[in-house]
Design a protein around this ligand. Sequence first.
Ligand SMILES: C[S@@+](CC[C@H](N)C(=O)[O-])C[C@H]1O[C@@H](n2cnc3c(N)ncnc32)[C@H](O)[C@@H]1O
Length: 95
Amino acid sequence: MDYDTFAAVDRFIGETVVAEDEGLRGAVAAAEEAGLPAIQVSPPQGKLLALLVRLVGAGKILEFGTLGGYSAIRMARALPEGGKLIILEANSEYA
Ligand SMILES: C[S@@+](CC[C@H](N)C(=O)[O-])C[C@H]1O[C@@H](n2cnc3c(N)ncnc32)[C@H](O)[C@@H]1O
């Protein structure tokens, strides 16, 4: 599959299947407002990350590269009660 097809399918799934809420939209809006690049995972990719967290029964997550926190929010919400998410961001301007 070429990139354009992948992007079109990803966008379609994001618009039709994967729900976003105020918190997720707010994180993207705040990142944009702060001048961060829009390179976060897409909504379907974020949903997949959350699914993987649940599938492996993760209780602790270490994220390298947090940017505006979109993927971190997706994964944090998939953790069980008492779960722990540690986030790292190399770029001090983004952090
Ligand atoms: C594609 S963005 C991540 C987006 C974020 N995970 C999301 O989807 O919401 C990659 C991020 O990784 C950061 N980064 C790159 N190398 C890193 C490292 N070695 N340690 C921590 N952060 C790093 C970059 O500064 C950038 O913000």
